[in-house]
Design a protein around this ligand. Structure first.
Ligand code: HEM
Ligand SMILES: *[C@@H]1O[C@H](CO)[C@@H](O)[C@H](O)[C@H]1NC(C)=O
Length: 343
């Protein structure tokens, strides 16, 4: 009798464990019953946002990276409270796209109140941000986007868009954010290769993941203050490229003047970032560190020659990054407003 009880008890405990464990895994079908319109809504809002301002796809991709590296992918970056992550060194006057998250969140609260986390909305918006990258924005004077037409005629469509993937979901939102962790855990544009590798290793990401994820710098813009040192003081830079960047980034002043992360095609998600590195046209010191006689040179050469390999490794690494310490099960909460913790 006692043995049967013990067995029942053990069975119940292991079942509980299985259930709890199942909850700890993210799943691509997490909202398929509770909020089936989620992915189409994110896609529609992102499409409108990118048409309005092409750069916002890049900005949301970066926002997700900065969320995941601080406390895990828990939406902590979105909290407005003083002492939060938004005002940390790598984030202040730099992160963008919060309003797009607010728009998506408002639509989701109208459709499926209290169901979809801000952390998951950010993960989906980052994915759609890379897919939606386009070579041009429709001009107010022309009826069509001329560059897009030209590209559609002469390039194959897959070259126009970033890679896509199914996003594992089921993250919940944090009730805290940490400015000190944001300052400590995010890499900076002055980082050396060994610092970049160890910063990513501390989040469970390999050097290969780091080099593939850095390919995100094929889109978007950077401020003069983040690349000034590199274009004035570093030796491993093409001199005509450095001269070009110095024109709009003086030795002092104009800190917020912008330059494309990818000098060749900052509006297309391609592998030209790696080709730039081989030509010593990396914009940031940290970018050029990936091709400066060190351990990542060989991989940079591979990605620059093989766009399909880059896209494959980028997707693998994005999914890995999206798995950094998610809150699941009953941990955390589903915020009603991504900027504030529920009362
Ligand atoms: C490897 C270490 C990295 C460093 C040191 C770094 C640093 C930077 C810096 C300094 C900027 C310019 C910010 C500004 O001027 O305000 C930037 C922009 C950007 N970063 Fe990174 N980054 C890194 C990795 C990543 C990763 C892993 C991703 C995404 C997967 C990413 C995505 C982006 C994007 C898309 C932009 C352009 C954003 C925009 O135009 O709004 N970066 N990064
Ligand atoms: C820098 O790039 C230019 C082309 O923009 C090229 O003509 C020149 O040889 C390069 N300089 C060096 C030192 O590689």
């Amino acid at each position: 009798m006692a043995d049967a009880r013990t067995m029942q008890c053990l069975l119940a405990v292991s079942l509980l464990f299985l259930v709890a464990h199942a909850h700890a895994q993210l799943s691509t079908t997490f909202y398929s019953r509770s909020c089936p319109s989620l992915e189409t809504t994110v896609w529609e809002v992102m499409k409108q946002a990118v048409v309005k301002e092409q750069r916002v796809g890049a900005s949301l991709l970066r926002l997700f990276f900065h969320d995941c590296f601080v406390q895990g992918c828990d939406g902590s970056i979105l909290l407005d409270a003083a002492g939060g992550e938004k005002s940390a060194g790598p984030n202040a006057n730099s992160l963008r796209g919060f309003d797009v998250i607010d728009t998506i969140k408002a639509r989701m609260e109208a459709k499926c109140p209290g169901v979809v986390s801000c952390a998951d909305i950010l993960a989906l918006a980052a994915r759609d941000g890379t897919v939606l990258v386009r070579p041009c924005q429709r001009s107010p004077t022309l009826p069509v986007c001329f560059a897009t037409l030209v590209n559609l005629m002469f390039l194959r469509p897959y070259q126009l868009r970033g890679p896509t993937w199914k996003v594992p979901l089921g993250r919940r939102d944090s009730t805290t954010a940490s400015q000190s962790l944001a300052n400590a855990n995010l890499p900076s544009s002055g980082s050396s290769l060994s610092t970049l590798i160890s910063t990513f290793a501390s989040k469970g990401l390999s050097a290969t993941d780091m080099t593939a994820l850095s390919g995100a710098h094929t889109i978007g813009l950077a401020r003069c203050s983040t690349f000034r040192d590199h274009v004035y003081n570093d030796a491993n830079i093409n001199s005509s490229f450095a001269a070009r960047r110095r024109k709009t980034c003086q030795r002092s002043g104009g800190d917020s003047h912008l330059a494309p992360m990818d000098v060749h095609s900052s509006r297309v998600f391609d592998n030209s970032y790696y080709q730039n590195l081989m030509a010593r046209r990396g914009l940031l010191h940290s970018d050029q560190e990936l091709f400066n006689g060190g351990s990542q040179d060989a991989l940079v050469r591979q990605y620059s020659a093989n766009p399909a390999l880059f896209r494959k490794d980028f997707v693998t690494a994005m999914i890995k990054m999206g798995n950094i310490n998610p809150l699941t099960g009953t941990a955390g909460q589903i915020r009603k407003n991504c900027r504030v913790v529920n009362r």
